[in-house]
Design a protein around this ligand. Structure first.
Ligand code: URA
Length: 212
C-alpha cells in the first residue's frame, strides 16, 4: 500500500477553507471539485495508455490515449458524489460505478446497501472516491469488494485521513493488492465518535445538507 499526501500550497489553502465551519455548502462543493482536480492529477499519473497516431495540420505523429478497458471511478455514496464531477472533468473517458456504504454511528461498523459496477474488473484501474478516510472501515470494504471482482489496480482519492484509518488499511490490505491512497491532508487523530480531528465535520452533511 502506498500513501501519497499531496503537499501543494493550493491544496492546503483549499483544505483550510473547507475546514472552516462558516463555509457554505455551495462553496464547499466548489472547493471539493477544485481539490479533486489537483488530487486526480497526481492519482492518475500512472494510468495505462497506448500509442495513437494523430494527424496534425503539419504532419503525422504518435501520441497516446487511455488504454481499454477504461478506468472505473467508484464514488462511495453519499459523500463520494461530491468528488465525482471533478474527477470526470479530468478523465471524461472513465466509466462510473457506485457503492453505497453506511456507518453505524454507535458501533462504527460499516455495511454496504447498494452496488453497481461490472462483475469482472480484471485489467481495470479503479478510482475509489471517498472524502474522509476516518476509521478506514468503509475504504477497506470498498477495496475488498473490487479486489474480489479482480481489479488490477486500486487508487483511492480522499480529502482528509486520520492516522488510525491509514494504519487499519495497512494492517488489513494484503501487500499483493496494488493499492494507493492519494490524500490532501493527514490529520492528527480520530475522536471517540470516529470523526477526524481537526477535520472538517461530516463531509456528506457539509456537501449536501443533513437530509434527515
Ligand atoms: N466521515 C466524515 O464525514 N467526517 C469525519 O470526520 C469522519 C467520517
Amino acid at each position: 500500500m502506498e500513501v501519497i499526501e499531496v503537499k501543494h500550497p493550493l491544496c492546503s489553502a483549499k483544505l483550510t477553507e473547507l475546514r472552516d465551519n462558516s463555509t457554505s455548502s455551495v462553496r464547499f462543493r466548489q472547493l471539493s471539485e477544485e481539490l479533486i482536480y489537483l488530487l486526480a492529477y497526481e492519482a492518475t499519473r500512472n494510468i495505462q495508455v497506448v500509442n495513437k497516431s494523430v494527424v496534425t495540420p503539419i504532419t503525422t505523429t504518435v501520441g497516446v490515449e487511455i488504454k481499454k478497458p477504461v478506468p472505473l471511478v467508484l464514488p462511495i455514496l453519499r459523500a463520494g458524489l461530491g468528488l465525482l464531477d471533478g474527477m470526470l472533468k479530468i478523465m471524461p473517458q472513465a466509466e462510473v460505478g457506485f457503492l453505497g456504504a453506511i456507518r453505524n454511528e454507535k458501533t462504527l461498523e460499516v455495511t454496504t446497501y447498494a452496488q453497481r459496477m461490472p462483475e469482472n474488473l480484471s485489467d481495470r484501474h479503479i478510482f475509489i472516491l471517498d472524502p474522509m478516510l476516518a476509521t478506514g472501515a468503509t475504504l477497506l470494504k470498498a477495496v475488498e469488494t473490487v479486489s474480489k471482482l479482480k481489479a488490477e489496480r486500486i487508487t483511492s482519492i480522499c480529502l482528509l485521513a486520520a492516522p488510525e484509518g491509514i494504519e487499519h488499511l495497512r494492517k488489513n490490505i494484503s501487500p499483493e493488492i496494488d493499492f494507493t491512497v492519494v490524500i490532501a491532508g493527514i490529520d492528527e487523530k480520530l475522536n471517540e465518535k470516529g470523526y477526524i480531528v481537526p477535520g472538517l465535520g461530516d463531509a456528506g452533511d457539509r456537501l449536501f445538507g443533513r437530509a434527515d
